[in-house]
Ligand binder design. Structure first.
Ligand code: SAM
Length: 275
């Protein structure tokens, strides 16, 4: 019998664990770079598009208790905290959590009720151990880094109050994680659209989010029907959706080019409710 090469995973579980290790290494090793890039309030996409959409969809009141998954260096958690919302913000990367804590300690203008914890959102038990019940949960631009989503949906269902809300914002599966290329003729400096060559199957892809990144990040493409199937399997119900285009102003890292395609949503915001 032919033996697999030594570095080849021998089971689907081992393969998933190996992918998760690559995800962890990518964020952990890039933590200082990303912290500097995102600053206190997140990059142009985050504070210009994602955070306002998440706030609209969450519709939180003063004193609400929120669990954030994949919080990065805590920009959205601090934004909610400044509005009088209690936040437990969590992330896979201990180095990013350390940056989030440091940035939150230096808020001197007001008291914010924001705390942080290292949590792998692909481990349902770790989400459940965050306590609860929460009025809402939120995950902004983390899902495409997760090799499996069912544990997150299942964990969120278990920590939400009945009628509690989960807002998930992620790269748009139809456009931004599919096999897309920017469509551009030789005469054009900027793209006029996208060419999409594959969409319906799951696959692992790599992406560069900025020109200084040392290693490409690993991303998991899943078509929209599969993303939703994972949520519905947990019992969550979809009750809101927005499709989000990039801000039109030139971005610091303009090589990303989404800002010249205002008709193409590079992200999707989904609001689920626990019945
Ligand atoms: C693109 S960043 C988004 C950070 C932040 N939510 C924002 O919008 O600025 C993706 C984040 O997902 C985190 N992440 C990736 N896989 C994760 C997992 N399995 N559990 C929790 N966080 C994860 C990374 O560490 C990183 O902070």
């Amino acid at each position: 019998m032919t033996q697999p090469p030594p570095d080849m995973p021998s089971s689907p579980e081992e393969y998933l664990a190996e992918l998760q290790r690559q995800v962890f290494d990518g964020w952990e090793q890039g933590a200082d770079f990303f912290d500097e890039r995102w600053g206190d309030q997140g990059d142009e996409f985050h504070h210009g598009v994602f955070a306002p959409a998440a706030e609209r969809m969450l519709g939180l009141e003063h004193g609400a208790r929120v669990l954030e998954l994949a919080c990065g260096n805590g920009g959205f958690a601090r934004r909610l905290g400044r509005q009088g919302i209690q936040v437990l913000a969590t992330d896979l990367s201990p180095a990013l959590i350390a940056h989030a804590e440091r940035r939150t300690e230096t808020i001197s203008d007001q008291a914010v009720d924001v705390s942080y914890q290292v949590v792998d959102a692909t481990a349902e038990r770790q989400i459940v151990n965050c306590g609860g019940p929460f009025d809402a949960a939120v995950c902004i631009m983390g899902a495409m880094s997760m090799p499996a989503l069912r544990p997150m949906f299942g964990g969120v269902w278990r920590v939400l109050k009945p009628r509690g809300i989960f807002v998930l914002i992620t790269l748009h599966p139809s456009f931004a994680t599919s096999g897309y290329r920017f469509a551009k003729s030789e005469e054009e400096d900027e793209p006029h659209g996208l060419t999409i060559t594959r969409y319906l199957s799951r696959y692992v892809t790599h992406g560069v989010t900025n020109s200084q990144q040392k290693e490409p990040q690993i991303y998991f493409h899943r078509p929209l029907n599969e993303l939703l199937a994972d949520a519905f399997a947990s019992g969550l119900v979809l009750d809101g959706m927005e499709e989000l285009a990039a801000p039109e102003q030139p971005m610091a890292e303009s090589r990303l080019m989404w800002n010249v395609l205002p008709e193409i949503p590079m992200a999707i915001a989904l609001r689920f409710r626990r019945p």
